[in-house]
Each structure stands twice: as structure tokens, then as C-alpha cells.
Ligand binder design. Structure first.
Ligand code: PXP
Length: 239
């Protein structure tokens, strides 16, 4: 069965718009878990534009929630992650001015640093993942760095599908990377920009075992509610 992780950063964005307490990310993390999400993703950004430190503390403390914390290479953020012990971490690149995570990690430039970070989390039995572009080179480096998992950036294929353009090459790239990842003993996940259509397309790749989806699920829930939306996604991913 493919797992579905739900990114709830947007819940914090709505809360922060009023500088108040509602909607509460912890309440929503509990709710999506009840609705069948396998894990909850939160990204503690260096500029704290959505998830705040207190959200990380509260969500990681609730052991009924499987927490996937996205972190950059920033030392302070890494220390917060080590202290709060989420179930999983996913290392992502971070640029201050980007609206969302624009591309995968630069593994070559940050090799030493990433290897050290992975080793710290592996020692604490926290599952590690690297958010990478779908290239065979990055899959091989992820193996060298001892990451348990990779999350393939699906932003490009998602845009091609939405714009009704030919996505075949990008699909094949993702498929080849997924196969190589599994051959090398790495768990392969996918995320970014996914909606019903792109998730259905990528669900055909049997090596992908987890999807992490945020924006579309939260948006769709405004019409259909989280429960129905999560149920619909689980049906697609496990067809
Ligand atoms: N996976 C990673 C590593 C991300 O950084 C994001 C965006 O925060 C997502 C998945 C979710 O992307 P989206 O909100 O476009 O579904």
C-alpha cells in the first residue's frame, strides 16, 4: 500500500494571516491522521512564515501523529529537529524569497554537510529523506550519503500535466530514478505540485511508496472537506 503524507503548512498560513490561534495545526494534524493520512508533514522554515516552533513542539509530542519534519541545512533548524524527535525528517533546499520549495537539493555542493546531518538522525533512529530532482546521479549520491529515503521533486511533471503538455520524458525520468532507488535499497517518495491527475499518473510507478501532498489537498478540502479528499487520494494511490 502506498502511503499518503499530508503537508499542513497552509493551515498555519491561514492562522498567521490573523496573527491568532485558529485554525490550529495540531488540531488539523490530529484530524488528518484520523481521516487516514499516514503521516503529517510540516516545514519549519528559517523565516517561520507558516509553521512556528511551538507547532513543531506540540505536533512532535503527540505520538499518535506520525510527523515528517522538513528542514533545511540551517544549524539552528537541525538542532530544533533533533530536540523534538519527529518520526521522519526530509532535508529540503530553502531560499528566502521562494514562494515554495523550487527545486531539489544541490547534493554535490552540500555533500559533507548532508552526510553529517543524516548520520545525526540515523543515530536517533529518525527516518531520513532527501528532497531531490529526479536524476540518476542524485539517487546514487543519496545512497553514498546513507539516506534511507529520497523524495523526488514532482513539480516539473505536475506543471506539464496541468498545462496539457507532453510529460512522457519527465515520467520516464521519475520511473527510472524510482527503479534505481529501490535497487540501491532506498525508499522512494514523491511530492510537490501533485493533484488528482498527477498522483494517478505517478501511482502507476510501483517503486514509489509514499506521496507527500499539501496545497491541492488543503485547497480541495474547502469544497469537499479533508475526510472526503483524503479518501479520494487514498483510492487513487492504491488503485
Ligand atoms: N514535499 C516537499 C519536500 C515540499 O517541500 C512540499 C512543499 O512544501 C511538498 C512535498 C508539498 O507540495 P505541495 O504543497 O505542492 O503539494
Amino acid at each position: 500500500m502506498k502511503r499518503l503524507g499530508i503537508n499542513i503548512d497552509h493551515v498555519a498560513t491561514i492562522r498567521n494571516a490573523r496573527g491568532s490561534f485558529h485554525p490550529d495545526p495540531l488540531t488539523i494534524a490530529k484530524h488528518v491522521t484520523k481521516c487516514g493520512a499516514h503521516s503529517v508533514t510540516i516545514h519549519l522554515r528559517e523565516d517561520r512564515r507558516h509553521i512556528k516552533d511551538i507547532d513543531v513542539i506540540k505536533i512532535c509530542k503527540d505520538k499518535k501523529i506520525i510527523t515528517n519534519l522538513e528542514i533545511s541545512l540551517n544549524k539552528k533548524i537541525i538542532n530544533i529537529a533533533l530536540k523534538n524527535k519527529p518520526n521522519f525528517i526530509c532535508i529540503v533546499p530553502e531560499k528566502r524569497k521562494e514562494v515554495t520549495t523550487e527545486g531539489g537539493l544541490n547534493l554535490i555542493k552540500n555533500k559533507k554537510k548532508i552526510k553529517e546531518i543524516i548520520s545525526l538522525f540515523n543515530k536517533k533512529n529518525i527516518r531520513t529523506s532527501l528532497f531531490i530532482d529526479p536524476t540518476l546521479k542524485d539517487i546514487k549520491i543519496s545512497k553514498e550519503l546513507n539516506s534511507s529515503c529520497v523524495e523526488l521533486h514532482t513539480g516539473k511533471i505536475s506543471n506539464l500535466v496541468k498545462e496539457n503538455k507532453n510529460y512522457k520524458n519527465e515520467y520516464l525520468k521519475i520511473k527510472k530514478c524510482s527503479k534505481l532507488g529501490v535497487q540501491l535499497g532506498i525508499e522512494v517518495h514523491a511530492g510537490h505540485g501533485l493533484d488528482y491527475k498527477t498522483t494517478a499518473i505517478l501511482s502507476k510507478i510501483k517503486e514509489i511508496t509514499e506521496f507527500n501532498i499539501g496545497h491541492f489537498i488543503i485547497g480541495e478540502s474547502l469544497t469537499h472537506g479533508l475526510k472526503k479528499t483524503i479518501k479520494a487520494f487514498k483510492k487513487i494511490t492504491n488503485k
